[in-house]
Design a protein around this ligand. Structure first.
Ligand SMILES: [Zn+2]
Ligand SMILES: [Zn+2]
Length: 107
């Protein structure tokens, strides 16, 4: 099948737009070539409770989002320099949870 009215470049651009739209619809990770299921990610100036983007666990942190709650933390030193990819709240929660788990063995 040939597409005489479209140049290859225009077609590529069109395809990329369709893929981005589809990923957005299916809540897939927004990272290029990543089709994992994404978590809800929220921009600081977005509507509360309405996700702005979706990223998988692996790519959320590099895009500046907390891997757990999806809040945007890009530019915050403790987040950018930390290895957990969790915001301060979730990092604390995670520590508390694992701490509880450790001391809860004797049942
Ligand atoms: Zn991803
Ligand atoms: Zn968080």
């Amino acid at each position: 099948m040939t597409l005489p009215s479209l140049t290859q470049r225009a077609f590529d651009q069109y395809l990329r737009g369709v893929v981005a739209w589809l990923k957005h619809k299916l809540h897939r990770c927004a990272e290029d070539a990543c089709w994992r299921k994404g978590s809800d990610c929220y921009l600081p100036d977005g509507q509360p409770g309405v996700p702005d983007e979706w990223y998988c666990w692996e790519h959320a942190a590099s895009a500046g989002y907390c891997r757990s709650c999806g809040s945007f933390n890009g530019g915050i030193e403790s987040f950018d320099c930390g290895r957990s990819g969790l915001c301060e709240n979730c990092d604390y929660q995670w520590r508390a949870d694992t701490g509880e788990f450790d001391s809860d063995e004797d049942y």
